[in-house]
Design a protein around this ligand. Structure first.
Ligand SMILES: C[S@@+](CC[C@H](N)C(=O)[O-])C[C@H]1O[C@@H](n2cnc3c(N)ncnc32)[C@H](O)[C@@H]1O
Length: 197
């Protein structure tokens, strides 16, 4: 089974798999991003839109949130739950983001990066759609070790979806044109941030 089919088949039950404590952790993590009211944020690999209400609250009514995912059933679940005039969902792949150059202020990628087929291309695409000085955040409400062990134990389509080690992650984003790269990887939290040079 390919990854798109894997996520489409999981879509209807996806939200029941996420514990309340994880949502609370994500709310804290999104607050820490200090997104500016009025900015335009891309939620890359939005899935069923777990992050959407948090992002909408952060950017306020004058901001814009765009959720992109390659699995139509995941997007359909997100669209059923969330409709705001400043929210848009697009079907597309991280390696070929369906947005114009320099059109967003921030890119947030929660629990999706290790699923992308080509990490370098995805990072280059994030850099392309970001304005100069814009930031990217690759986050997980768990450590790298936890996520990688989970994916190996789940097997099948996600068994090889592993977060690279720190040096490799830094190199991927540096080579894609980012600077000020920070990475925190502790129990209950993985957070890479970088700024487009
Ligand atoms: C583990 S889910 C996380 C979804 C959501 N961000 C969340 O926090 O619940 C990963 C998501 O990434 C999407 N995805 C995987 N590879 C992708 C790609 N190459 N381009 C776009 N979306 C992708 C999947 O369809 C899935 O919805």
């Amino acid at each position: 089974m390919n990854k798109k089919t894997y996520f489409d088949e999981k879509a209807a039950k996806w939200d029941t798999l996420i514990q309340d404590e994880v949502i609370i952790r994500l709310q804290d993590m999104v607050k820490e991003l200090v997104l500016s009211p009025g900015c335009k944020v891309l939620d890359l690999g939005t899935g069923t839109g777990v992050l959407i209400p948090m992002l909408i609250e952060a950017v306020g009514p004058s901001g814009v949130v765009v959720g992109i995912d390659f699995a139509p059933q995941m997007l359909a679940e997100a669209q059923k739950k969330y409709q705001w005039p400043n929210l848009e969902f697009l079907e597309g792949v991280a390696e070929d983001i369906p947005m114009a150059d320099q059109s967003v202020d921030e890119v947030v990628c929660n629990s999706a990066f290790p699923h992308f087929d080509d990490f370098s291309l995805a990072a280059q695409e994030m850099a392309r759609v970001l304005k100069r000085g814009g930031r990217v955040f690759v986050i997980h409400p768990h450590s790298r070790e936890y996520i990688n062990e989970l994916h190996v134990s789940l097997g099948g389509a996600v068994r090889n979806c592993l977060i690279p080690e720190e040096a490799a992650m830094r190199a991927i984003f540096y080579e894609a044109g980012f600077e000020s790269i920070t990475l925190e990887d502790v129990a209950g939290r993985y957070h890479l941030s970088a700024r487009k040079a």
